[in-house]
Ligand binder design. Structure first.
Ligand code: KG4
Ligand code: ZN
Length: 333
């Protein structure tokens, strides 16, 4: 009999479900809530309402696509933090009800573990230990991933996350939300040396991205005709901003490999979908002799396949959660 794991993710503004059959991905369905675009950011109350509306149809769609019945599910993996309380509650309540009704294990997953282990959804997998950079809308951290799901944190951001910087700078430039994909696309046509934005690493492995956002704010405020400047140089501004962020992140990765002596790197989280970042780190890896693993873009941004995979890996290591599991909005690694 095949082993079926259902993964559920609802920590922010994506309602997602995925099915693994014997460890292989059979379906992954993500509904990104469009309702937040008009506000330029995620509105918590609207997010949780949308999760309630979407959770049943999304799980149904994942089951159908994988051609398995709900009665075939052998374990339910679900994000229980970090994230928005009202959003997390929808996914966790659904998962607990299903686990209780079917008498199958509940596997609580830290959203960050989901990102970290998303690389194991791919054919070519990194060895453990490896260096991981997780860069998303909510987090920026550099860690060593070791056996037994232990994570040694080398450094984090002191203020904004890298993805948050992309989103805030995009908003300043009048681009849509989330800003990362817009900047990625426009930057490819621009001059990365147009403006020299600050590269800030308060110490070797910590990051700070609030200064670069302020720099963009001042740069735009300094223009006589801001709108015209944006029209003429939007690509250049995107390229200059992105170059500064990539310099900082790639520099920290190279330093982490040198410091730890571990020549294996994974990059995960929404910002790992950024083309310049992946090209730069891969080029550094070829030059300096470390290998680089980045999941395909659909597994970089929030999805439930990564939650199913992390949950399954922990389940195989003997881990299970009690049905009394509650959401932890500020859960850390
Ligand atoms: O992992 P994720 O989907 O959600 C969180 O856990 O936060 O990451 C979302 C973040 C957003 O800030 C978005 O702008 C950024 O990832 N992002 C990108 C790209 N695609 C998504 N940033 C830069 N380049 C991209 N191609
Ligand atoms: Zn995420």
């Amino acid at each position: 009999m095949a082993t079926v794991v259902l993964g559920i993710e609802s920590s922010c503004d994506d309602t997602a479900a995925a099915i693994l059959v014997d460890g292989r991905l059979a379906s992954s369905v993500v509904s990104s809530q469009a309702v937040h675009e008009q506000y330029g950011g995620v509105v918590p109350e609207l997010a949780s309402r949308d999760h309630q509306r979407l959770i049943v149809p999304i799980v149904d769609a994942a089951l159908k696509k994988a051609q398995v019945a709900i009665t075939d599910v052998d374990a339910v993996a679900v994000t229980y933090g970090p994230g928005l309380a009202g959003s997390l509650l929808v996914g966790l309540s659904f998962a607990k009800a299903l686990a209780a009704a079917r008498n199958v294990p509940l596997l609580g997953v830290n959203h960050l573990e989901g990102h970290i282990y998303s690389v194991f959804l791919e054919e070519t997998q990194p060895p453990i230990p490896h260096v991981n950079l997780t860069v998303s809308g909510g987090h920026t951290q550099l860690i060593v991933v070791d056996k037994g799901f232990t994570h040694n944190i080398l450094g984090k951001t002191r203020d904004d996350a890298a993805g948050e910087a992309f989103d805030k700078v995009a908003k300043l430039m009048g681009l849509g939300f989330p800003g990362g994909p817009h900047i990625d696309r426009l930057a490819s046509e621009g001059n990365p040396e147009f403006v020299r934005f600050p590269r800030s690493r308060p110490d070797k492995f910590s990051f700070s991205f609030s200064g670069i956002k302020t720099s963009m704010l001042y740069h735009l405020a300094d223009q006589d005709d801001r709108e015209n400047h944006l029209r003429e140089h939007l690509n250049d501004l995107c390229a200059s901003f992105q170059r500064a962020v990539v310099d900082v992140l790639a520099g920290a990765v190279t330093d982490a490999v040198a410091e730890t002596g571990i020549p294996h790197v994974t990059i995960t989280g929404g910002v790992s979908a950024n083309r310049e970042l992946s090209e730069r780190v891969r080029a550094d890896g070829r030059r300096l002799g470390f290998d680089v693993y980045i999941p395909r873009p659909a597994f970089c941004t929030d999805n439930a396949a990564m939650i199913a995979k992390a949950g399954e890996m922990k389940w195989h290591a003997g881990f299970e959660s009690p049905l009394s599991l509650t959401v932890i909005p500020n859960l850390v690694l």
